[in-house]
Design a protein around this ligand. Structure first.
Ligand code: SIN
Ligand code: MN
Length: 203
């Protein structure tokens, strides 16, 4: 399925592979505990998040950015092989992502409309993996505002935002809590894989 250039590969991750992904993401969360970032506008994000890879995505009152260390001061764990194989299938075989952002959605978590624009190099696609409860994914335009289209992302779906869709505004309106039994405590995990670019760490 393709919506505004966003490719949505429905149900491409089988049940066993979904379980293996959850297990490897649990190891990431054990090594780099999830947190709910503050936002530059004075709020706090409703998702809990952590990262794996060379760089982790981070937000606080100073802004949105990539950091080489978890807020506890430790390096982010390596991106699990289970996740990398999905990137290599749907993203690129030419290089691996710098950041594997892991978002944990509880019952009332959502994500406002935004662009993935903190990277230095937009020539690589963003690959997003959905696990657990279904989520209402809204896709907008290259500028904020205007008409939007929505679709439900379900467990095992892979969405790819590349080419002309790389910088589209998008967000998650809500999850359908309890719609999946994959995660023991309910809720949803989204994994977002991104190439940041070589100079990302320079201050
Ligand atoms: C994001 O845009 O960072 C997350 C999207 C999703 O949860 O599917
Ligand atoms: Mn995003």
């Amino acid at each position: 399925m393709r919506i505004r250039g966003v490719e949505i590969h429905k149900g491409v991750i089988g049940a066993g592979d979904q379980l293996a992904l959850v297990e490897s993401l649990q190891s990431v969360a054990d090594a780099a505990p999830p947190f709910s970032p503050l936002t530059p506008r004075g709020g706090r994000m409703s998702v809990r998040m952590t990262s794996a890879g060379r760089l982790g995505w981070y937000a606080d009152r100073r802004g949105y950015r990539y950091e080489a260390l978890h807020p506890d001061g430790v390096a982010w764990p390596a991106i699990p092989g289970t996740v990398l194989s999905i990137w290599r299938t749907y993203g690129s075989e030419r290089r691996d992502p710098d950041c594997c952002l892991v978002n944990f959605y509880g019952k009332d978590a959502r994500m406002g409309m935004h662009r993935d624009a903190d990277e230095r190099d937009f020539s690589w696609p963003v690959v997003s993996i959905s696990l657990g409860d279904s989520a209402l994914f809204r896709i907008g335009n290259l500028e904020r505002g205007g008409s939007t289209e929505s679709t439900w992302l379900e467990s095992g779906d892979v969405a790819v935002m590349g080419g002309s869709a790389r910088l589209l505004f998008h967000g998650i309106d809500r999850i359908r809590y309890g719609s999946s039994e994959l995660l023991p405590g309910g809720g949803r995990i989204n994994v977002t894989l991104r190439v940041v670019g070589r100079d990302a760490c320079r201050k």
